[in-house]
Design a protein around this ligand. Structure first.
Ligand code: ADP
Ligand code: MG
Length: 334
């Protein structure tokens, strides 16, 4: 990227921290992105996100937001909505795609609509815990339980019988009033990085614990990684294609990380799409991107270069008539 191109971005704010349980990871992701962009000569500033983010954005003007947030308020469309209202372009998916990807049930409904295979499931509302046995019916065991909107495997776990299921669901319900019970899938754990609708590659994760839990994700040495994933070439291609379809089904843009399980047999299942993948130097997206020829700084610049404002486009603040809303009403009346 030359100097003229850099100027066009103006001041880049790296939004980090946030209100969710993944705040610490977000701070690490944000630092790494900040340093990479600074090293490439961008005018870059750290913006630590808390409840006062609207005031912070007024006090520290930025031209574009690089989102390094994870989980609730950062990855689910909330901050995207605030940035839309302030007319600040941001990296990654728009409000709708972010909200859909964060919601594992809505994601699965769309996957099914677009023929993207995903494990069978049912959901339990926290007010219906006393009907769990009835809801489970003949679903069978083992199952995998997780909160509807959460990340980093927080509140997730396997259950082999009714007693375990009840304990797991009660635990997951501490994080969300809605809980997902999925058929347990035994197989290889795969993460595909997608940039702008195109899969960059697939990495295989071998967690040392029972599954890819919080510890395996963030403690050095708790998981082994194989890049590229150890799959036969045609299957590898199929997995990349599936990840691209999952990314498209939710209408994602920018960089995403698609989580899949690939069985010994012929089945591949998409678990979820992460719209703001971790970007610490040890995270999966940078590992995959490196395999596709992008260094960490290249990757950050590639994501930045695609920053955009969502569906509404730029709002004309100077319009005394209230801008887009007024125009939309006028068009509807014509
Ligand atoms: N249906 C399932 N069968 C087996 N393991 C699962 C299943 N769903 C999730 N897991 C395990 O839990 C981890 C986290 O699940 P995921 O759906 O990716 O949620 P998140 O990463 O947002 O917490 C997965 O990486 C996998 O190790
Ligand atoms: Mg995941």
């Amino acid at each position: 990227m030359n100097v003229a191109e850099k100027k066009q971005f103006g001041r880049v704010g790296v939004l980090m921290g946030g209100l969710g349980p993944e705040r610490d990871i977000s701070m690490k992701t944000g630092e790494a992105i900040h340093d990479a962009l600074a090293a490439r000569g961008h005018d870059v500033v750290r913006i630590v996100v808390d409840r006062d983010i609207d005031r912070t954005l007024r006090q520290t003007p930025i031209d574009v937001a690089f989102l390094a947030l994870h989980g609730p308020f950062g990855e689910d469309g909330c901050i995207q909505g605030l940035l839309e209202m302030r007319g600040i372009p941001y990296t990654g998916s728009d409000v709708l795609a972010s909200a859909l990807a964060m919601d594992k049930i809505k994601s699965k409904e769309l996957f099914r609509l677009y023929n993207v295979p995903t494990p069978p499931y049912y959901s339990v509302e926290s007010h219906a815990l006393d009907r769990l046995e009835e809801l489970h019916g003949s679903f069978g065991f083992p199952v995998f339980v997780k909160p509807r909107r959460s990340g980093s495997s927080v509140g997730a776990g396997k259950a082999g019988d009714m007693a375990e299921l009840r304990a797991r669901v009660e635990d997951a319900a501490r994080f969300d009033r809605s809980v997902l019970v999925e058929r347990f899938v035994g197989g290889k754990e795969i993460r595909v990085a997608v940039l702008d609708g195109r899969a960059l590659g697939a990495i295989e994760i071998v967690p040392k614990g029972e599954f890819y839990d919080y510890k395996s994700k963030y403690t050095k040495g708790r998981s082994d990684y194989h890049y590229p994933a150890r799959l036969a070439p045609t299957r590898y291609k199929g997995v990349l294609n599936l990840a691209e379809r999952a990314h498209r089904a939710l209408g994602c843009t920018g960089a995403t990380g698609v989580d899949l399980l690939v069985t010994e047999g012929e089945n591949e299942y998409v678990l979820e799409v992460n719209t703001i993948p971790g970007m610490t130097p040890t995270s999966l997206l940078p590992k995959i991107a490196a395999g596709a020829g992008y260094g960490f700084e290249d990757l950050c610049e590639a994501i930045l270069s695609r920053a955009a404002i969502g569906v509404h486009g730029a709002v004309d603040d100077t319009a005394a008539d209230g801008g887009i809303a007024r125009r939309a009403v006028q068009q509807a009346a014509e």
